[in-house]
Unconditional design. Structure first.
Length: 153
């Protein structure tokens, strides 16, 4: 009976990680569109900041997807599937720089919540490696939120 319980708990961790991949991919895509379409006085700083963020995210998503595989499950994929899983509203291509920064900060906050859920589930099942990975990602996104919010002040 204990083995079955651990399998269920491990499945919960995998499902939480799959949500993290979906939310991360949505953030990557939204950050990329902001990188392409930002305009105005803050163009250079935001263009570069958005590029740095989506580039870092790409590697992070790969690491999380590979963790799902290491846990014996399949990683989610497909743009439509990931978008449906994430449920994140897309930003208008014509959004202002300020709207873009707020939008990206909001998605980062959603992602931190998903990361926290995965962290907590991993901790409950004794999956220290996944818990550690989620803690590191939370720190990255909390710093990003702080930077984006500082721009909005």
């Amino acid at each position: 009976m204990v083995a079955k319980k651990n399998k269920i708990e491990s499945s919960d961790v995998v499902n939480a990680l799959r949500q993290v991949v979906a939310d991360s991919y949505a953030l990557l895509a939204q950050t990329h569109i902001c990188h392409w379409n930002v305009r105005g006085q803050s163009f250079f700083s935001l263009h570069n900041a958005f590029e740095e963020q989506y580039t870092e995210l790409f590697g992070a998503i790969d690491e999380i997807a590979e963790r799902i595989r290491a846990l014996g499950s399949l990683a989610p994929g497909g743009l439509g599937n990931l978008a449906k899983m994430a449920g994140i509203k897309e930003i208008s291509e014509n959004a202002s720089a300020k709207e873009m920064v707020k939008h990206i900060a909001d998605i980062n906050r959603k992602l931190v919540r998903s990361l926290g859920e995965a962290r907590d589930l991993a901790g409950e099942t004794g999956d220290n490696e996944t818990e550690d990975l989620m803690i590191g990602r939370i720190q990255v996104h909390q710093k990003t939120i702080w930077m984006l919010e500082s721009y909005l002040d």
